[in-house]
Each structure stands twice: as structure tokens, then as C-alpha cells.
Design a protein around this ligand. Structure first.
Ligand SMILES: Cc1cc2nc3c(=O)[nH]c(=O)nc-3n(C[C@H](O)[C@H](O)[C@H](O)COP(=O)(O)OP(=O)(O)OC[C@H]3O[C@@H](n4cnc5c(N)ncnc54)[C@H](O)[C@@H]3O)c2cc1C
Length: 430
């Protein structure tokens, strides 16, 4: 903790409590923008931003395609290297370098006086006490208590903050889309100035994408409903082999992830709590786009909090937040209509088979140290803490691979009797 936060002693439990004005949970685009907006307009505000990742910015689980006005929405000029590529023929679209943008923003926030704590996770949140909320934050050094007038839940699609506070519930299996993408370098691209989304019948109306990020490099991937995750790597490899728009090159990294394919959450506030970005499911169900909505909602949340002032952050005071999100809702509602009509057209016959038996699931192995790092990453809350460590609830696991990918000791593996998905963690090199 630094001098920009206050430490007090709680007389009831006789332990120290860190006191801040705003606790931002999550250092993705939504949380970083919220903290930046707050500090930009109120230098004396005590803002603490925590993120479970050891380093904000990595790993990147994104194809990094967004709109060129992104930095205007954040309110900051992009630094050198933040924009990878301008897609001249896809009007208004750019590819950013998320690792650099997020790490750069985090350091900028520190220079403005925000306390940024990497490797720290929110693990508990209490009822509002009339003025703010007590939370539990865990890091390598142990668990500490943080009291904040306002908590901004910016912890992404698997948000535990919103569900711990009782204002959202876990997503069901058919409410997620799974993605697998390669970054390919040194390739020949038919159209390096344009992005390509190909909606395909064999992907049940979902898509294959090529998002160039340079003259000879691109993110190339597929987004599918989770029941099609079986053999996804083979499927992607086959599509790339047959695709006349890209040739050659080498895979330098692989991204696995999922995003919500549901209507955005309408319940986005409570006493002393606002939910933003992926945590509020502000993601385009059709394209998977969510960076812009994350940034926009983070900014709107901070602006509302600043307007209300420190003593007016109760449920009623914050009720206007959902109204302010209405332009975002309108756009996302249109997209989800299109998404549903595609699903209806292509049917979902395979879903039942995979959801009932022998589907891909995560399994613990003997390397697991019980560190619980994977718990917050699980988009369906299938991993839970038990007295001797953790367990995977197989009926809730969708085999998205997040936990496998993130586990530092390779204590989790994908169990898939029939496919050759390589989820072995780390960066796939060929
Ligand atoms: C494979 C894939 C490709 C995508 N490609 C694109 C794309 O090209 N363009 C686009 O616009 N969108 C894309 N998206 C969607 C986009 O990545 C998200 O919508 C966006 O990142 C949401 O931003 P956020 O800040 O709300 O959450 P996130 O970026 O998910 O950030 C949440 C942060 O919270 C942290 N966190 C989680 N739990 C806790 C906790 N308990 N305590 C502390 N910290 C916590 C996490 O470590 C993370 O850093 C893609 C998504 C996937 C899965």
C-alpha cells in the first residue's frame, strides 16, 4: 500500500483495514479506463486498482481489433507502439497491441497517484455498510481487508465480484462462445488492409476470421459455440489450409478464450458497486467485440461516480448507470438478434450430445499445488475451493481451456478422449 491509501484499525476484528475511495477490480480496458477517468478529474481521490495477473497486459486473450476512436473514448493520446496496424480498407478499424496499451496505462495511472496492485485478487465482498463496502483481497503476501466507498467490478466475463455481490449468476453452457486463434507471422496475405469474417455453416453460423496486424502478420481464428470446441484446433488448421486468402507463415502464439453470447446484463449496479465491461457482458455476441464497450462503460461509470460525489453512491444514486449504457445496449441488442437468427438457421444438433457425455473437460493432475489461481478465471464457476485444495465440477466445466492455459505449474489438463486439441499451456511454437 502507498501513501495514497489510508490504513485504519478495525476495533471489532482488531486487524488493519486499507481504506480507499474507489476499488477498481480488474486491470483490463474497462478498469484501466475507469481509474484513469476518476484520477484525471479528481486528483485527491484514493483509487486502488487490483488485477489477478502478475503483470497487467499479459497474457493477451484477444484478437485486438477495435475502432480508431478508442483512445478518444479513453481520453488519452495513443503512445508509440499502441496501435499495431490501421486497416485502411475496413473503415475506422485498427489493431492495437493490448499488452503495451494495458501495461502503459497501468504505469501512467501510477504516475497519476493510483495505487496499482498486480497479482492481487478480490476474493470476498460484504454487504454495503451504509457508506461503503468491505472486501477481501488476496495476494502473495496474504489476505487483506480493503474498505471502499465504491467498488467498480471490471473483472471480465468470469466476474466473481458481481456474483459475490449477488447481482449476477454464472453463465450457462450455451451462453458462451469459444475462440481459438493463432498469431501468424511471415505469411502472404491476400488483403492485409482489410479484416475478414467468414460465417460458415459447418461452424453453425459462427465464424472464421483473418485480422491482419501488419503486411505479413495476422490473427487467424474461429469463434464457435462451446459444444463445437471438440477438435477445434484440427478444424482451424483445416480451414487455414484451404483458405486462399493466407499462405505460409509461422504460428508465434495461440489464444484460447470465451466470450458471452447473451444479452448484456441490465442489473449493473448495487449499493456502492458498479459493474462494467465484460463483467456486465457488454460484448457483441456476433463478432466478440468488447474492448470498445469496456472502455466506454468504464468511463461512464467513473463519470457518474464523480458527479454523485463520495457520499451519494447508494443503489438509488447509481441507478442511472443502466440508462447511460443505453446506446451500448441498443447496438448489442441488434447484434444479438442477428446472432440468434444465424443460430436458428444453422441449428444446434450437436449440442445435446456433447453436453451430456464425453465432452471436453478440465482435470486436475498431481502437479496442482492448490494455489486457487484458476478459480477466478473459470467463466462458469466450475472450479471451487474445497478444504484440501480445489475441485472441478465436471457438470459445469465447458472445456474452454482458460485454467489450463493460465496454470503456472501445469496442474490442470484438458481431458478429451477423441480430439487432439493442444491446450498444453504456454505459447505454442511451430
Ligand atoms: C479469444 C478472444 C478474442 C477477442 N477478440 C476481441 C477483439 O478482437 N476485439 C474486441 O473488441 N474484443 C475482443 N474480445 C473481447 C474482449 O477481449 C473483452 O470484451 C474485453 O477484454 C473486456 O474488457 P474488460 O476490461 O471488461 O475485461 P478483461 O479484459 O477480461 O479484464 C478483466 C481483468 O480482471 C482481472 N480479474 C478477474 N478476476 C479478478 C479478481 N477476482 N480480482 C482481481 N482481478 C481480477 C483479470 O485478470 C483481467 O485482467 C475477445 C475475447 C476473446 C475471448
Amino acid at each position: 500500500m502507498n501513501d495514497r491509501t489510508t490504513i485504519r484499525r478495525d476495533p471489532v476484528i482488531e486487524s488493519e483495514v486499507v481504506e480507499v475511495d474507489v476499488l477498481v477490480v480488474g486491470g483490463g480496458p474497462a478498469g484501466l479506463t475507469a481509474a484513469y477517468t476518476l484520477k484525471r478529474h479528481a486528483q485527491n481521490l484514493r483509487v486502488l486498482l487490483i488485477d489477478s495477473r502478475d503483470r497487467i497486459g499479459t497474457p493477451v486473450r484477444c484478437a485486438e481489433l477495435t475502432h480508431k476512436n478508442l483512445f478518444e473514448v479513453i481520453g488519452l493520446e495513443p503512445r508509440d507502439g499502441w496501435i499495431r496496424w490501421i486497416l485502411e480498407k475496413s473503415e475506422g478499424l485498427i489493431v492495437i497491441d493490448r499488452a503495451r496499451v494495458e501495461a502503459g496505462l497501468a504505469r501512467h495511472l501510477e504516475s497519476m497517484g493510483v495505487c496499482v496492485e498486480e497479482g492481487s485478487s478480490l476474493i470476498g465482498i460484504q454487504e454495503h455498510d451504509g457508506a461503503g463496502r468491505m472486501t477481501l483481497v488476496e495476494s502473495d503476501t496474504g489476505v487483506k481487508r480493503v474498505w471502499a466507498r465504491l467498488v467498480i467490478a471490471a473483472d471480465g466475463v468470469s466476474s466473481s465480484t458481481a456474483s459475490l455481490a449477488g447481482i449476477s449468476s454464472p453463465l450457462a453452457l450455451d451462453q458462451l462462445c469459444s475462440c481459438l486463434a493463432y498469431r501468424i507471422e511471415g505469411a502472404w496475405l491476400e488483403e492485409p488492409a482489410n479484416v475478414m469474417f467468414d460465417f460458415r455453416p459447418e461452424l453453425e453460423g459462427h465464424y472464421f476470421w483473418i485480422i491482419p496486424s501488419g503486411i505479413d502478420e495476422a490473427s487467424v481464428g474461429v469463434g464457435v459455440p462451446p459444444h463445437l470446441g471438440e477438435g477445434l484446433q484440427n478444424r482451424l488448421d483445416a480451414i487455414i489450409r484451404e483458405c486462399p486468402l493466407i499462405e505460409g507463415g509461422r504460428v508465434t502464439s495461440t489464444v484460447v478464450g470465451s466470450y458471452p453470447a447473451v444479452r448484456a446484463a441490465r442489473r449493473v449496479h448495487a449499493d456502492g458497486l458498479i459493474v462494467v465491461g465484460g463483467a456486465a457482458r457488454l460484448v457483441d455476441a456476433l463478432s466478440g467485440e468488447g474492448i470498445r464497450q469496456a472502455v466506454h462503460s468504464g468511463r461512464l461509470a467513473a463519470e457518474l461516480a464523480l458527479e454523485r460525489g463520495p457520499d451519494n453512491l447508494g443503489e438509488e444514486d447509481l441507478a442511472e448507470f443502466a440508462e447511460r449504457l443505453s446506446p451500448i445496449y441498443e447496438h448489442l441488442d441488434e447484434e444479438i438478434e442477428k446472432f440468434h437468427s444465424l443460430r436458428d438457421r444453422f441449428g444446434r444438433s450437436a449440442a445435446k450430445r456433447l453436453m451430456v457425455s464425453d465432452r471436453v473437460i478440465a482435470k486436475l493432475n498431481q502437479e496442482c499445488t492448490g494455489c486457487t489461481g484458476c478459480v477466478a478465471l473459470c467463466p462458469t464457476q466450475a472450479i471451487r475451493v474445497i478444504p484440501r485444495g480445489i475441485e472441478v465440477r465436471e457438470d459445469q466445466c465447458i472445456g474452454c481451456g482458460h485454467c489450463v492455459w493460465e496454470c503456472g505449474v501445469r496442474g490442470m489438463e484438458i481431458h478429451d478422449p477423441r480430439s487432439s486439441i493442444d491446450y498444453s499451456g504456454g505459447t505454442r511454437q511451430t
